[in-house]
Write a protein that binds this ligand. Structure first.
Ligand code: SAH
Length: 236
């Protein structure tokens, strides 16, 4: 049996590349996104009553990596990139069918200029991610506080600290349309986005990422991130 799936919407997210996206939703609450419905589902009826729920499950396609296929064994970043686990025992992106799921916060429903959208926060999705289904999060059934979670039993914590250069502070303070930009950058960096093998290499190391249309450059030295520069990305 084979079947087709039609996306119902697409995510507009500040995360413009995979690097530095947190490994699960809600680790960075400032990550706001918009789920914009596709034409066939662009009617308020489809979401009537949804605002009664504070959180939603999003099912989506790992579209950026889906055509790279899958493997039976993967190396979860939580295990330092060394130990291998069965793909179905992990949340890895390289999986058969390339389907992801995230529980995210619903901030509101927007219907503007004939376009239906959900306003979300705490997302871990790349810009342009196709959404294949939405379901309300049901705490009485979905929140299992006594569940065992193997190698991912606790929220990942790091000791990483973050400071900003004078240029970065000054630039951020002028971005009135992005009031949480400083906290957003700070919380993304506190997740320590470096790949496991990089953590073993010599410090300091410089990195770059895009959030919204900003270029962010920072330096990692031990457990410390220093944001060197925040600037407007070149438009293409
Ligand atoms: N909460 C999801 C995602 C876990 S994997 C789940 O459990 O299924 C998390 C990683 O997915 C992030 O670090 C990010 O780099 C990656 N990711 C997010 N959106 C993606 C997309 N559209 N295509 C490929 N990878 C994506």
């Amino acid at each position: 049996m084979h079947f087709d799936i039609q996306p119902i919407g697409v995510i507009h997210s500040p995360y413009k590349q995979k690097f530095a996206i947190p490994r699960q939703p809600r680790l960075v609450p400032e990550a706001k996104a918009k789920l914009v419905f596709c034409a066939d589902f662009n009617r308020e009826e489809f979401v009537r009553g949804i605002e009664e729920f504070s959180h939603l499950w999003l099912l989506f396609r790992f579209h950026e990596t889906a055509d790279k296929g899958y493997s039976a064994l993967v190396r979860p970043p939580r295990l330092g990139g060394n130990a291998r686990k069965g793909v179905f025992a992990t949340r890895a992106t390289f999986r058969p069918n390339g389907i992801g799921m995230s529980a995210v916060k619903l901030e509101g429903v927007e219907y503007k200029n004939g376009q239906l959208a959900l306003l979300l926060s705490g997302i871990d999705l790349l810009d342009g991610t196709p959404i294949v289904d939405i379901k309300p999060y049901l705490p009485y059934s979905d929140a299992l506080t006594d569940a065992a979670a193997g190698f991912a039993d606790t929220r990942p914590e790091t000791q990483m600290t973050v400071t900003f250069s004078e240029q970065a502070e000054d630039f951020i303070s002028k971005q009135g349309d992005y009031p949480n930009l400083r906290d957003f950058i700070s919380n993304v960096l506190k997740q320590d986005p470096r790949p496991a093998y990089k953590k073993k290499q010599e410090n300091p190391q410089n990195y770059g990422m895009n959030l919204y249309d900003f270029n962010i450059r920072w330096q990692v030295d031990g457990e410390h991130n220093h944001v060197l520069e925040v600037a407007q990305a070149e438009s293409d």
